[in-house]
Ligand binder design. Structure first.
Ligand code: FES
Length: 109
């Protein structure tokens, strides 16, 4: 079995609507993951790039949250219209989409 070159872990954690932490599912992450899967397949990348469903990534305030491995790049506030840019820029050209980054400063509490 071939190894994947990259994994996108897309938080699909679900919390109750009144939970103050919020959750990525309520912000549309399930649709976003389906879009990644569909587009990666259309581009013939699905055998080397995997769009995984993930539980909470502990970046709830920035959701929908995605982390890309092996490079450990975190994206937040990802919208459906960002999927193509992440694929074309990060996945295909290995150029990080700077405007969507959750950087270390944001993680600091
Ligand atoms: S619910 Fe998505 S990062 Fe926590």
């Amino acid at each position: 079995m071939a190894r994947f070159e990259k994994h996108l872990f897309i938080c699909e954690n679900v919390r109750e609507p009144d939970d103050p932490r919020g959750c990525c599912s309520n912000k549309g992450s399930k649709v976003i993951r389906q879009m990644f899967k569909k587009r990666l397949k259309e581009l013939g990348l699905n055998s080397t790039i995997r769009a995984n469903s993930a539980g909470c990534l502990d970046a709830c305030a920035f959701g929908p949250s995605i982390v890309v491995y092996p490079e450990q790049i975190w994206y937040g506030g990802v919208k459906p219209e960002d999927v193509e840019e992440i694929i074309q820029s990060h996945i295909i050209k290995n150029t990080v989409v700077e405007r969507l980054l959750i950087n270390d400063k944001k993680f600091t509490k």
